[in-house]
Design a protein around this ligand. Sequence first.
Ligand code: FAD
Length: 318
Amino acid sequence: MSGFLDRLPAVRGKLLANEQLAPFTWFRVGGPADVLFLPKDEDDLGDFLAKLDPIIPVTVLGAASNVIVRDGGVAGVVVRLGPAFGKVSSNGLRVTAGAAALDGRVSIAAANAGIAGMEFFSGVPGTIGGALRMNAGCYGRETKDVLVEARALKRNGERVTLKNADFHFSYRHTEADEELIFVEALFEGEKDDPVKIVERIEALKSRRETSQPIRDKTGGSTFANPDPPGTPNQRSSWKLVDEAGMRGARRGGAQVSELHCNFLLNTGDATAADIEGLGEDVRAAVLAKSGVELRWEIKRIGRPAVDATVEGYLAKDA
Ligand SMILES: Cc1cc2nc3c(=O)[nH]c(=O)nc-3n(C[C@H](O)[C@H](O)[C@H](O)COP(=O)(O)OP(=O)(O)OC[C@H]3O[C@@H](n4cnc5c(N)ncnc54)[C@H](O)[C@@H]3O)c2cc1C
């Protein structure tokens, strides 16, 4: 892979060939990135993208709390944004946050500045970049409710600003171009007493502690609820999974959480294939039981392990 590295534009940050991604992910599974790029700052990222051969795929990861990286790793360049992209500041009722800032930090910064409305971020263990891509939210509020605009880089390095409406947000989804790398977001909330805001954050955190396996190797909600919030008689994915008898189901080292059955777990030695395969078992069981085709909320990226491919199978016989 070092030949590939030699063909990439020079950077001020780091380019690491064949770098394992599993340690960065919540599930702790998955193969290496062909090349992992840790840009020094926004200019470094922009210059790199502008000079990079357009044929080379680029994937961006945040806290990897919503992805399964497959066992064969990720082709091309994987970008992880570092501290230069993690700044958070407030002005009046507005908060500016770098895309690498953890959502929890944003909720606390807003609370300290007496800005209400971003408490929900304390329950989402990802970064602001991931929140923009996923329209992350919980307990009745979503990223779209507080976002004013976001800055991003296109695949060719060009800088763009997207207004809230440009995202065409829907439940855990945005129509924003898949190739955009978000670098910063501007949020707006309402005025409130910091003490009251912090109390709400604490209440939200303790509610989550008892209802979700947040200390396990997991990827959060596996499947989006089939009906958008506010739909009369909205069906929850966890209920459909439970009704299909899949609570606690296993495949290899992967298990459906007993505590919250819309969460999949790596119980210790799971492969990405175990986790994704178990997810497909769950989808099949739900379809058979209730006729609902669950949509993956977790993003699955990369290639299967070599021995799970036709090439690998043929190589064994050679
Ligand atoms: C225990 C647990 C609880 C969770 N609870 C919730 C919850 O209550 N509500 C909720 O909405 N989610 C929840 N999640 C899921 C997850 O935390 C969110 O989806 C989060 O927004 C993902 O952010 P991330 O930085 O981890 O993104 P990643 O998982 O790294 O990536 C997710 C997607 O975002 C893209 N992405 C990441 N950064 C950028 C960027 N800078 N620019 C462009 N695209 C980017 C990636 O390419 C990928 O497609 C939970 C996860 C866990 C593990």
